[in-house]
Design a protein around this ligand. Structure first.
Ligand code: PRP
Length: 176
């Protein structure tokens, strides 16, 4: 695994680029969520690094929660999300910000948002670290995003290849 990485990878976004972009995003969220009832929800596992850094750029009272989902029929677009870990909080009256590492086909985030929309939240928005619009198969656009990328396989900063490389402090393209 390490061999693949050493021979066939290149850095796409260095730690400093990520820090700058996450900080900018935090500033927007600080303005948009002033006087709101913010609940930040991370989608495990991939979002955990982005979420931890983003939260520390948000200078507002907030609550946080996590979910873990899997799609049990990857060929179908909607209604196929199954929760391995559900929210601990009630969404009623909350301004929910769902945080994802990557928006790819869009199925996961669309299903999560559709599911949450039945739970009487005040608002539901999405923040993604990486957006791959060329891969989209369902109609969803992130409200906030750090970087747009083309159809590349990426690892690091929470993203994995076979559960490896999540702890890299930068984002790399893996040529597999
Ligand atoms: C990845 C990523 C998103 C989803 C995006 O999760 O974290 O949740 O895929 O893909 P989509 O837009 O095509 O639905 P993955 O299932 O790899 O789990 P992980 O977060 O544990 O890495």
């Amino acid at each position: 695994m390490t061999e693949i990485f050493e021979q066939k990878s290149e850095v796409l976004f260095a730690a400093d680029d990520i820090k700058r972009s996450v900080s900018e995003l935090g500033k927007k969220i600080n303005l948009d969520y002033k006087d709101k009832n913010l609940l930040v929800v991370g989608v495990l596992k991939g979002s955990f690094v982005f979420m931890a850094d983003l939260l520390r750029e948000i200078d507002l009272p907030l609550m946080l929660d996590f979910i873990k989902v899997h799609s049990y029929n990857k060929t179908r677009s909607v209604g196929e999300v199954s929760f391995d870990l559900d929210l601990t909080y009630d969404l009623k009256g909350k301004d929910v910000l769902v945080v994802e590492d990557i928006l790819d086909t869009g199925r996961t985030l669309k299903n999560v948002c559709d599911h949450f929309s039945k739970r009487h939240a005040n608002s539901i928005k999405t923040a993604v670290l990486l957006d791959k619009p060329s891969r989209r198969v369902v109609d969803i656009t992130a409200d906030y995003r750090c970087f747009e990328i083309s159809d590349k396989f990426v690892v690091g900063y929470g993203l994995d290849y076979d559960e490896q490389f999540r702890s890299l402090p930068y984002i790399a393209q893996l040529m597999i």
